[in-house]
Design a protein around this ligand. Structure first.
Ligand code: GRG
Length: 289
């Protein structure tokens, strides 16, 4: 088994158990707790908390419940963004992670509030660890107007805007803000938390930047590979919905090539680090290449 698989199989259940237990015990009202947990426990891959923990592992830092709580805080924030992204006013999706979306299951006001509740709760979990002021500064920057929310705004603002369709610079920026910033923050927070050296920080942030960029391309390619019988002839959902992303810009083959180039860059960034587990995240992409 690869070091990554081993790590993933060891820590995913720990993350899941922590989320389930503490969402239940730290939210007073049973009903809102249930609505929050419905989305948090819906079967996500736990990519961001695993990245946080894998970065600690690369830096030789021991992982205890304290670190798991911070990792889980990141997942709460990620889940908030998914709940809000699915709302009728945004992507208007009925299913997420194979289940009804929060607003379809519980109602729109309830879904908005569940997302609103997960964001500060995630920040609270992060704020309770050591070096917390820096960690909170990194995460809030990453998900605010100069990060994820900014990217989501650009996405919504540019939907059905034909003049953006060929604008690679705009699309790169939008995707970076929407997806890349939170991924980078997951790694950067661990580097700060574990007091990585300057050299280690530069390498890790370099890796995280490339990984964050590549993840959006992967996510779009997964949609195509999983929803079309013949990937080469796919009519992509995003294209039909007037969305602009790397896939609609470059098409399938060039997106795959871009992903291969990014994988090489990410591997290069890890040279000189104990980054076997981190490098294993790149293997996720094999299924779309
Ligand atoms: C609504 C403020 C706000 C932000 C939304 C996250 C996001 C920004 C939009 C969701 C749409 C999307 C596909 C964005 C790209 C980020 C991404 C790849 C999300 C999916 O993350 P995974 O693959 O999902 O880690 P799981 O379900 O495994 O957690």
């Amino acid at each position: 088994m690869s070091a990554f698989k081993y790590f993933q199989e060891e820590w995913t259940p720990v993350i899941n158990q922590y989320l389930e237990e503490y969402l239940a015990s730290e939210v007073d009202d049973q009903k809102i707790s249930q609505i929050m947990a419905y989305s948090v426990m819906a079967g996500g891959k736990r990519l961001r908390p695993l990245l946080f923990l894998a970065t600690l592992n690369a830096l030789g830092k021991e992982i205890t419940t304290t670190e798991v709580r911070i990792a889980c805080g990141i997942e709460l924030i990620h889940t908030y963004s998914l709940i809000h992204d699915d709302l009728p006013a945004m992507d208007n999706d009925d299913y997420r992670r194979g289940k009804l979306t929060s607003h379809k299951k519980w109602g729109e006001a309830e879904a908005i509030l569940a997302g609103d509740a997960l964001l500060p709760m995630g920040i609270q979990w992060i704020a309770e660890g050591s070096n917390s002021a820096k960690l909170v500064a990194i995460i809030t920057q990453a998900v605010g107007p100069n990060g994820m929310v900014g990217g989501q705004y650009l996405d919504i603002d540019s939907t059905n805007n034909a003049s953006v369709a060929g604008d690679a610079k705009f699309i790169n920026r939008m995707e970076w803000l929407k997806t890349g910033c939170l991924i980078q923050a997951s790694v950067e927070m661990a580097a700060v938390y574990a007091k990585a050296s300057q050299v280690e920080q530069v390498k890790l942030v370099g890796f995280a930047k490339v990984f964050g960029r590549s993840y959006q391309i992967y996510d779009d390619l997964v949609d195509v590979v999983e929803t079309s019988e013949e990937a080469g002839k796919a009519t992509h959902k995003d294209q039909e919905e007037g969305k602009n992303n790397t896939l609609t810009l470059l098409g399938i083959d060039r997106s795959r090539q871009e992903l291969r180039d990014l994988i090489k860059q990410a591997q290069d960034d890890l040279h000189g680090l104990n980054g076997e587990v981190l490098a294993g995240f790149l293997a996720l992409y094999q299924k779309v290449l």
